[in-house]
Structures are given as C-alpha cells and as structure tokens.
Design a protein around this ligand. Structure first.
Ligand SMILES: Nc1nc2c(ncn2[C@@H]2O[C@H](COP(=O)(O)OP(=O)(O)OP(=O)(O)O)[C@@H](O)[C@H]2O)c(=O)[nH]1
Ligand SMILES: [Mg+2]
Length: 299
C-alpha cells in the first residue's frame, strides 16, 4: 500500500471556527480559541497521521483589514499558505451572510489556482433552510471542489470532511514523525495558553493589546515541576492594572487557569510565574513584533 500525504490550509474571516475545527480533528488543543475576533496570530500546523496517510493542516489567522503592523503580519501569514498547500478549506459561518471580507478572500482564492473546499461551519446555529440559502449564495461566487457543512464545536460532519480530504490525497512522503502533532515548540503553546486566558477574562481592546512571551521553561529538580516564567505584554499602564486586578486577583486567575492547561499539555506538574510589562504601541513596532514571535521570516 502506498503512503499518501498533503498540506491543507484553513482560511477564512476571524471567528468563523478555524481553530475549533483544527482542535477537533486533532483531538486536543493545539490552537487557542476564543469568542474574540483575531485570536490566532501565527500559522499553526496540526499534523494528522494514520498508518496510511498524513494530512498537515495549517490553521491561519482570520483574514481582516489590517490596522496595525501586527495585523499586516497576520493577514500575510494567512495568505502565504496559498503558495504552500495542496488544498484550501475556505471556512464561512452558516449564521452570517457573505460579506466584503469573504469576497476579498474569494478573489485571492481564485487567483491562487488551488483546489478550494467550502466549509460552512456552525450549522448547529441555523435552520436547514438558511444553510441551503448560504450554500447557494457561495456556490455562485466561485467553483468549489466540494461544499461541506459542519459544526466544528459539536463535531457534526467533521470526520466526513477528513474523509473527503483523505480521498483526494496523492502519494507522498510522511513529512513528520507520527508522534509529532504541531510545528511549534512547547514554549509557544504555553505562551498561547496564557494568552487564551487573557482573551477569555478581558474585554474590548485588551485582548488585541496583549502578547505573551515565555522567558524561561525548565524542570526544577527540587520541586520536580516544570518552572515557567512568562511575561504578559500590554500597551498601556491602565491595561497593566486591569490584567493584574485588585490585589493581583486577575493575574492569579489567569495564571491558575493557564497552568492547568499547560499541565494537561505537558503531562507534568507546572509552577507558573507571570509578570506584566507595558510596551507602548508594540503592535506597530517591528522590533517588538519580532521579539514577541511575530517575525515575518517565521511565517
Ligand atoms: N455554535 C458554534 N460555535 C462555534 C463553532 N465553531 C466555533 N465556534 C465558536 O466560534 C468562536 C470562534 O472560534 P475560533 O475557533 O477561535 O475561530 P477562528 O476562526 O479560529 O478565529 P480567529 O483565530 O480569530 O481567526 C468560539 O467562540 C467558538 O466556540 C460551531 O460549529 N458552532
Ligand atoms: Mg483561530
């Protein structure tokens, strides 16, 4: 039997459920998720391997009209996958009409000449009639290889979509060892899990203004725990106050929720130490962006 493999990008507007889909397929949290738009900021691989195939999914930042250098980085990172993959999953929500953002993406997809599967997500939120109208509308915009309605949250039809991808794979290498699930190191995943808790617990401009950097991560022989030191970057003093909270209560909550997730990922006890630092307007400063993991060379 020949081994088959391929690269598949997941593209779409912010908040449509791309990372939720990736995590459902992988059966674990690789990409953080939230109800805030623009949660994902880097390309993140989810490497799905069986004894006969390897599908390398690439989760991408939601495509939007960028207003900062960070936004530019995110959108370019998403579009850069068009040059790297065999198939694109273009994800749209079932419960929102096609908008300018979708049209912009469709133009780029047409130009890229990569097979595109339309994935209509969040079908749990609509009546079947609305789903059919949505499919009809998108079908008229471009030629899709397939159209697959799913609920990434509840898992409906997700395995059907993976089957369709499998059927279309071509003979190829096993690019990654079978036990490798992503391309990012554990310290990146740890920093993301801390950022996810900030997104979960804060509102308005704070989720967008936060970056998290893991300064060190090493096993402490005395306590037999992984000791992680991380810094939460914000853009203003007032944001620093909110993240720390009354008597440090907010930071404590962020830390203990993140620690539980990181322990689950590492399968190890963790001691997490968090600091909050102000870096004025870091989202528009090239050097800061690179320091915080948003480096163009590392798409
Ligand atoms: N009801 C419902 N909600 C969903 C579904 N899939 C995702 N969501 C919710 O939609 C929100 C956004 O999910 P994400 O997976 O973070 O979306 P994303 O497309 O990765 O967003 P960005 O990273 O910002 O581009 C979260 O609150 C999810 O729980 C679904 O099938 N049904
Ligand atoms: Mg995402």
């Amino acid at each position: 039997m020949t081994f088959k493999s391929g690269f598949v990008a997941i593209l779409g507007r912010p908040n449509v459920g791309k990372s939720t889909f990736l995590n459902h397929v992988m059966g674990q949290k690789i990409a953080i998720m939230s109800d805030k738009a623009q949660t994902t900021r880097n390309k993140i691989m989810g490497i799905y391997t069986t004894d006969k195939e390897q599908i390398v999914f690439i989760d991408t930042p939601g495509i939007h009209k960028p207003k900062t250098a960070l936004g530019d980085f995110m959108v370019e990172a998403a579009y850069s996958t068009l040059r790297e993959v065999d198939t694109v999953l273009f994800m749209v929500p079932a419960d929102e009409p096609r908008g300018k953002g979708d049209d912009m993406i469709i133009e780029r997809l047409k130009a890229a000449k990569v097979p595109v599967i339309l994935v209509v997500n969040k079908i749990d939120k609509v009546h079947p009639d609305q789903l059919l109208a949505q499919i009809d509308d998108f079908r008229q915009q471009m030629d899709f290889k397939e159209i697959v309605p799913i609920s990434a949250l509840q898992g409906n039809n997700v395995s059907r979509l993976v089957d369709i991808l499998s059927e279309n794979l071509e003979e190829g290498f096993q690019y990654f060892p079978e036990d490798q699930i992503t391309d990012h190191p554990e310290r990146f995943l740890a920093s993301e899990m801390i950022r996810e808790k900030v997104l979960m617990l804060t509102r308005e401009e704070i989720p967008h203004s936060v970056a998290v950097v893991v300064d060190s991560m090493k096993r402490d022989e005395e306590t037999d725990k992984v000791h992680i030191r991380a810094t939460i970057m914000v853009e203003r003093d007032s944001q620093r106050g909110i993240i720390i909270g009354k008597g440090g209560s907010m930071l404590k909550k962020i830390g203990s929720m993140a620690r539980r997730d990181i322990e689950l990922m590492l399968g190890d006890k963790v001691f997490l130490e968090t600091w909050v630092k102000v870096k004025k307007n870091w989202r528009d400063k090239k050097l800061d962006l690179a320091d915080f993991g948003y480096n163009k060379k590392e798409y």
